[in-house]
Design a protein around this ligand. Sequence first.
Ligand SMILES: NC(=O)c1ccc[n+]([C@@H]2O[C@H](COP(=O)([O-])OP(=O)(O)OC[C@H]3O[C@@H](n4cnc5c(N)ncnc54)[C@H](O)[C@@H]3O)[C@@H](O)[C@H]2O)c1
Length: 452
Amino acid sequence: MTKKILQRRDFLKTAAAVGTGLIILPGGVLSGRNAQSNKLNIGLIGAGGRGQQHWRALSDENIVALCDVDENALALAAKEFPNAKQYIDWRKCLDQSDLDAVVCCTTDFTHAFVANWAINRGLHVYCEKPLGITVEEVRTVRENYLRNRNKLATQHGTQRHAFPNFNRVRELIIDGAIGTLEAAHAFGNRQIPKPGYLPALGNPPDTFHFDLWLGPTPDHPYNPEYFGNHEANPGTNCLNWNMYWDFGVGQIGDMGAHTMDLAWNAIDADFPTSIEATGDPFNPEVTPVEMTAVLEHPANDWRPAIQVTWYQGGAMPENSMRYIDLDAIGHGVLFKGSRGFLAAGFQSRALIPFGDEADMTYYRPRSEDELIPDMGNFQKEWIDACKGDLKTSCDFEYGSEIIENMLLGLVAYRVGQKIDYDGTTGRITNIAEANDDRLMRRTYREGWTLDG
Ligand SMILES: NC(=O)c1ccc[n+]([C@@H]2O[C@H](COP(=O)([O-])OP(=O)(O)OC[C@H]3O[C@@H](n4cnc5c(N)ncnc54)[C@H](O)[C@@H]3O)[C@@H](O)[C@H]2O)c1
């Protein structure tokens, strides 16, 4: 782990100074960085909704393929990128021979598929969060990425990572502004209760390929409520399906991925040794609204063992400082150290020295030239990495570890007991059945494979 941490730190310091020079894109084009021919050939999979929010960031590159199961979303995207070939099935899209890279904005339950198949075809990948919805899925994608990291650039879509506040929080924590780090409590207070899967209602319009939308996940009847904001509010329709077990992982895949990123960026952790979780009574159809998952993390080279806790849907960290309103932060992290607290939201932070020992003599603020450089635009970092040194801030190693930790919280919640975990093998070591289907992995509809 030490090696990985050092690599990451070195990278953070040098991220602003990515090298240029001649490069060969997967599509085979040899050219200089700023040459016209050095544009990436990108396929946008999930072209509407959140995909639409990537249009501008991608507009300087060649969008050569668009894929969407909704022909209306496809037609809208085609107006923006008229030269792109159009697909309704991402498997066919990935076989387009001139692709260099793909951006995946489909449903959470297809991310690991698209990402893994794309890596198998030698394509750079930007994938919206969460990278997968089971531990097996995120580990599969990570292992594939690690085998190909000398050829491919990946980025996990936690774009809030580009807020300078992420760097300021990291500096305060690793420089000891709150003393020795003891715990990181990440919390999100969004509540989207759903009673259960929706009943059959009507038929999908001719322009919507519902069977392809279901893809690998178990069969469910069509109901238009899963697609409420499909076109009206791009990027919000996920809230209509991501709370159901067969379609997502609730808060964890939603705001949780962003919020835990704020903690993760500052703690240099990888796999927990044990996980314990409590929450709403288990509903076999819908993920819990309220849940707390406590993950024990071993020491690393700059801090002792710490507890990392995820609170969602109303559960909140214990807070003795009444003058800090964590509810008002909404989605954030409370770091606890031996000499104080750091309460952080995505774009702001409050440092609270605490106790008689907290005189701040142990802390020296960085000079301006010692600050971690801004990463700049999040999508552009990935595009530049595809053409350059392949390094990104939220590559599939970093991103998958965040999601794996959070998914282990859900596994512990479902098991209802403390689970011990071996991050090297990806096995729960104290309860054999906890490694079973539906907990750590899931069965796919016939004809669908994660490794195609
Ligand atoms: N990073 C962020 O801040 C952020 C914000 C919003 C959404 N998201 C993520 O983006 C993803 C999409 O969310 P959304 O609200 O846009 O959902 P959505 O239901 O609107 O889907 C997005 C688009 O993908 C298409 N699509 C769905 N399944 C597909 C498939 N198998 N193949 C091809 N196209 C498919 C849909 O028709 C739609 O046009 C989710 O994973 C969500 O977590 C991320």
